[in-house]
Design a protein around this ligand. Structure first.
Ligand code: AGP
Length: 599
């Protein structure tokens, strides 16, 4: 959530196009407001910002025309302060000498603002990014105009997890600091840059430097210097070459990234299996996973990644007899931290590798001496760096806010690990990419039709039994995330214990069923249909089940472990089509951000 990008160059130029392009590559982090600032050779600051998406604000304020030798872009996902011009970032200090922007959360924002107002600083909004700028400004004069010293002092005042970038108009340098939120620097021919994330850096340079917590970065056009915030001592670290793919955020002919990413699932699943088969990390991962004796292994995630953990727990237990506890990041801390010890291990699952709720849980695990196993999509992320061992999801960039292909690969990865632990032939999983393609083919149009029929409903349920329960939760999450309708996912046998009372004529309930669970599910279907509800099945062909439901989204035949992964596709597609039919943009649902780096 929130994205920052800063660049410093060796000559004055039109920086606007670079700032806009970098901003677009960070747009998944926040789209409540956007702003750009440039500083020219003579120290003039040009600051333009506004509420809305980067395409619109940039066109209105002509970002591409902005010139300078230093530039900052910020994409905001609002936490402190409603989306408004005043709260849009970057921010100026009181007298307009400094300009800066942040991502993350300064938790003592309110107290600091009150202090700054008492001291006579020109506080214009309520946003904590502005607080970062004032916090530096305040120490700047006291430290004889030394930016490094001022930032170090500000660090002591600013509580929370954040990263920010700041520059003073009279000094041809850019400063950035990392405390909890992601920050990467890049070094190229005649410029240096810094960003919340790699995608905005890679089109400019592949020479990168991962910044760690408690480090200040000082950028000049030819150099990236690091200093420890606690004593100001220089830190020696060379930049490294990033050789991963440079993916272009293009829709490839699809109307939305979400639809494109859904259709990429067969390919990325194939790539993941290939990657796992050839990975030396897998053995180490499995060894660590199984060294806890009788202690259960924790599978920790949030949102969609948590649903993958739920499915992973079924796989590990049903296939390999391993006791796994799926748990939300904050719940892991609240429910288990006191009993954790050196024998414990947890798999932390996160697409971004930057989710604060997950990183907090990692920190607790570390404090208790347990092992941290990471499963992540973004290479170089904080989770990757914090893990004893990690496995990548190999999905490439996932741009749309709703996670799709990363879920499928998280599920496939857990299934692969369970197979390995069960000493089953992982070659059996090679059918997955082709089954995913067949599912896209078979359920594409029917999902659109069902979505159209259900589109007037603002309330529905997804039910799943056993292995299909995580998919019911995931289907419901997708639907509420991008249609703004209410939808709940429930373990199907639980429906009669309360929620059944919601059912009346035509009330839609989706039943996701894995092979072997059909006869059980027919009971749950009938409890709904006899009360007038409309039953929609997502399952492989089954005559008896078909005879009991109104709509049938038919999956290709597979086994009970692969089937839940396939069932994800029609659930994703139904949500997608309902969102589009409502005139919404499924890629960027209101109020949300792809990467949540706040508590
Ligand atoms: C899923 O569609 C959501 N965008 C969200 O639930 C997401 O999965 C969650 O925020 C966790 O993100 P992570 O995988 O990057 O940690």
């Amino acid at each position: 959530m929130c994205g920052i990008f800063g660049i410093i160059t060796d000559r004055e130029q039109k920086l606007g196009p670079i700032l806009v392009e970098s901003g677009k590559r960070l747009a998944y982090r926040g789209y409540d407001s956007v702003g750009c600032a440039t500083v020219t050779s003579d120290g003039t600051i040009d600051l333009r910002k506004g509420v809305g998406r980067i395409e619109d604000v940039s066109a209105e304020l002509d970002f591409p025309a902005m010139r300078g030798r230093r530039g900052i872009t910020q994409l905001r996902w609002a936490t402190f302060g409603a989306p408004s011009y005043e709260n849009a970032q970057p921010h100026l200090d009181s007298d307009g000498d400094m300009v800066g922007a942040h991502n993350g959360n300064v938790v003592n924002n309110v107290q600091l603002r009150e202090l700054f107002l008492r001291e006579g600083l020109a506080v214009r909004g309520t946003n904590d990014g502005e607080t970062c700028v004032h916090a530096v400004e305040r120490h700047f004069d006291r430290n004889g105009g030394d930016m490094l010293a001022a930032i170090r002092a500000a660090y002591d005042d600013l509580e929370g997890d954040y990263a920010f970038v700041i520059t003073h108009r009279e000094e041809h340098r850019l400063y950035a600091i990392k405390k909890g939120s992601g920050l990467v620097a890049g070094l190229g021919e005649g410029f240096a840059c810094v960003s919340s994330d790699l995608p905005s850096i890679l089109p400019l340079t592949r020479q990168v430097l991962y910044i760690r917590d408690g480090e200040i970065v000082v950028l000049s056009p030819q150099r990236v210097e690091l200093y420890a915030v606690h004593d100001g001592a220089p830190i020696e670290r060379q930049s490294e070459r990033y050789d991963g793919p440079l993916e272009v955020a293009e829709k490839g002919g699809y109307p939305h990234f979400m639809l494109k990413e859904i259709h990429e699932q067969p390919v990325v699943a194939g790539e993941l299996l290939h990657l796992l088969n050839g990975s030396r990390h897998v053995d180490r991962f499995l060894e660590m996973l199984t060294t806890g004796g009788d202690r259960p292994v924790y599978l920790v995630g949030c949102g969609t990644s948590y649903h993958a953990c739920l499915l992973g727990a079924y796989y590990l237990n049903q296939l390999a007899g391993l006791a796994a506890v799926p748990v939300l990041g904050p719940q892991f801390i609240e429910q288990y931290s006191q009993s954790l010890g050196v024998a414990d291990r947890a798999v932390f699952v996160s697409q971004s590798g930057e989710t604060k709720d997950i990183l907090n849980a990692v920190k607790v695990m570390r404090q208790r001496g347990g092992r941290v196993l990471g499963v992540l999509n973004v290479l170089g992320s904080t989770l990757m760096q914090a893990s004893d061992v990690y496995l990548p999801l190999g999905c490439g960039y996932e741009i749309s806010v709703p996670a799709t292909k990363t879920f499928v690969n998280q599920a496939a990865l857990f299934l692969y690990l369970a197979y390995r632990l069960a000493k089953r032939d992982t070659g059996e999983l090679d059918a997955l990419p082709s089954l995913l393609s067949q599912t896209l083919q078979a359920t594409g149009e029917p999902s659109r039709q069902v979505a159209r029929d259900l589109n007037d409903w603002r309330d529905m349920y997804y039910l799943g039994y056993g292995l299909s329960h995580p998919i019911a939760l995931e289907g419901a999450l997708k639907l509420k995330e991008i249609t703004y309708a209410h939808c709940e996912g429930i373990f199907s046998s639980e429906f009669k214990h309360g929620p059944l009372s919601a059912v009346h004529d035509g009330y839609p309930v989706v039943f996701i069923t894995a092979p072997g669970d059909e006869m059980m599910m027919i009971n749950h279907v009938n409890e709904v249909t006899t009360r007038g509800g409309r039953a929609i099945a997502i399952a492989a062909e089954h005559t008896a089940l078909r005879a009991n439901v109104h709509d049938y989204l038919s999956l290709p035949p597979s086994d009970r472990f692969l089937s839940p992964i396939l069932a994800t596709i029609p659930a994703q597609l139904m949500a997608y089509h309902m969102s589009v039919a409502r005139g919404l943009d499924p890629d960027f649902p209101r109020n949300l951000s792809k990467t949540l780096t706040v508590d």
